[in-house]
Design a binder for this molecule. Sequence first.
Ligand code: SF4
Length: 290
Amino acid sequence: MIELPIVEGKSERRRKPDWLRVKLPIGPEYKKVRKLVDEYKLHTICQSGNCPNMGECWGAGTATFMILGNTCTRSCSFCAVKTGRPPEYDEDEPRRVAEAIQLMGVKHAVITSVNRDELKDRGAEIWYQTVRSVKELAPQVTIETLIPDVKANWEALTRMISGGQEVVSHNMETVEALYRKVRPQAKYQRSLDQIKITKEFGKRTKSGIMVGLGETAEQVYKVMDDLVAHGCDVLTIGQYLQPTKMHLAVDEFVHPDVFAEYKEVGLSKGFAFVESSPLVRSSYHAERHL
Ligand code: SF4
């Protein structure tokens, strides 16, 4: 276990609580994943998002690949992924992702992407080709795709989720009242609609939120109600951590007991599965709900 660094708050410096301590990233499986990522010239949200679970996930031989490059067209105030105008996308990426997933030897693979709002199809074709490539090379692997906001381009959405993936996730990220602050280029109702259409397409649906951004419990319960009403099956809830001083400050380190309460409430509201604890991320222990 390592001591995590001091975090800059809005007006004070404070130490992360004990429950946010994480394992050191070491061990042979960790090295194997790192080698695969480097050799295949792939991006992972684990690295780009400064995920605190890298020691555990990579140490267990798994990672979440991020496709369509590593430059996002959006600038959400919570997210560590680089923002800007991305270069042309890489048509060979689907093959390399599929080979890396096969070599990792995982039963369940999670793939995500940056937002590519400048592309007419929002990157749907590369999404489709990536899922197909994994299914062809490693048909035994179940696939979860954590997809971006398609800005109501439902044709693009349909292509994006047609490759044969078992689970389609789209994160709400926060409560409605904090959208302008946390996710300014997104719209709360539009994300709910995307989940509803995904469900109607016949997919297992999943979403996630971060807490500790200044939301109230009532607002969290409202997101839960909205998600259930729009056909969301699985919910993840984790603590927001400030990636750098340039990002939104943590408002509160939510106590593990509150996460346990959120889990109970979520299940009572109708989710088939809720993963809720401080270090939960949408791809953390993702195979469990299958
Ligand atoms: S929780 Fe997800 S993003 Fe974080 S290290 Fe694990 S697989 Fe990567």
